[in-house]
Design a protein around this ligand. Structure first.
Ligand code: SAM
Length: 325
């Protein structure tokens, strides 16, 4: 594959960041192995490390004067991880992949605009009377701490146990208190998670605002359909769901990544790059209403210009909101 394409930047960026891209520095995580149906992780390994990666992008992007959203706790989470993450936050790694113009800046923009989209979604959901929020694959999402409109809401944060442990320990050490009634639900979203959610107080007779951000690509198409089935079955009338979905990488991109071997195959080992149900269609087929927007169009709708060599990195991302009548 000739040239420096955006997907090589994406892929290489994640790989270098995960390995510790400067010789002699502490790697920020162990190298990924191929996914299995029962794999597990913490904040520094496998899919868990992507929570730090996107939080770092949010923290960096949020420093711009014209940032569309800000997440101050992202900086806290990333700095607390130590090693290169802390160096990155402290400005000691000016050549870090998350700062490059071909990959890093478009990726920061992607993260900040999706943050804005889902923040606004939650504000609208609360305005409609919803008081129950379920964040699937919460990772280092800090909305329960930073969105004033979540006061009076119960926010269920679902993720793997060791990711939630890192989050809890970091927040406790910093003495942070949530705005919302925040409840951790340690589950595997590929499995049977409604019982744990209900045991935490979730009431499927009340309308829910579901948030599905940065998750679907880490599920097989079948696991994604099961997750959608579960969301549908737990949703009282008036519920809403907001979903970020990435279209499969083009075949040439997937092949280039797979052929890249040792030097650049970390992120692609974590994802399932297969055709799958499109979220808006899936839900509207079951009586929900809604629409999706592609990220570059959303960025433009807020008066900004999509970053990156040709906007293609962002054009795979779409954001959708659906409502159950
Ligand atoms: N939603 C957060 C955000 O946007 O900042 C985190 C996104 S991060 C890219 C992906 C998250 O999905 C990680 O926190 C990971 O642990 C979680 N995740 C992926 N597969 C999961 C599963 N099967 N069960 C629970 N959590 C999962």
């Amino acid at each position: 594959m000739a040239g420096n394409t955006w997907w090589q930047g994406f892929h290489g960026g994640f790989t270098r960041a995960r390995r510790g891209y400067l010789p002699g520095r502490t790697p920020v995580g162990r190298l990924a192995v191929m996914r299995t149906d029962e794999d597990s992780w913490d904040i520094n390994t496998g899919v868990g490390s992507t929570a730090l990666f996107v939080a770092a992008a949010r923290a960096l992007g949020g420093r711009a004067d014209d940032a569309p959203a800000r997440d101050p706790l992202a900086e806290l989470f990333v700095s607390a991880a130590g090693g290169e993450w802390a160096d990155l936050m402290a400005g000691r790694l000016p050549e870090h992949p998350l700062l490059t113009t071909d990959f890093g800046i478009p990726f920061q923009q992607h993260q900040l605009f999706r943050t804005r989209y889902f923040d606004d979604y939650l504000e609208a959901a609360v305005s409609s009377g919803i008081r129950q929020v379920a964040v699937l694959a919460a990772g280092l999402d800090a909305r329960a701490y930073r969105l004033p409109w979540l006061a009076g809401c119960t926010v269920y944060e679902l993720d793997r146990p060791r990711v939630l442990e890192y989050k809890r320990a970091t927040l406790a050490q910093a003495g942070r208190e949530p705005i919302a009634d925040r409840r951790e639900v340690a589950v595997d979203l590929r499995g049977d998670w409604p019982k744990a959610l209900r045991d935490s107080g979730f009431d499927s007779d009340r309308p829910t605002a579901w948030l599905i951000e940065g998750l679907l690509i880490y599920l097989t198409p079948a696991a994604q359909d099961r997750l959608f089935d579960t969301v549908h079955s737990l949703s009282a009338p008036g519920s809403r769901a907001a979903v970020e979905q990435m279209d499969p990488l083009p075949a040439e991109a997937a092949e280039a990544l797979a052929a890249d071997g040792e030097s650049g195959s970390e992120w692609v080992k974590l994802i399932y790059n297969e055709p799958r149900s499109e979220a808006t269609t899936w839900f509207t087929d079951r009586g929900w209403s809604g629409e999706r927007v592609y990220l570059p169009d959303y960025i433009r709708s807020l008066g900004h210009t999509p970053a990156g060599p040709d906007g293609r990195q962002q054009s795979l991302i779409n954001l959708a909101t659906v409502t159950r009548p």
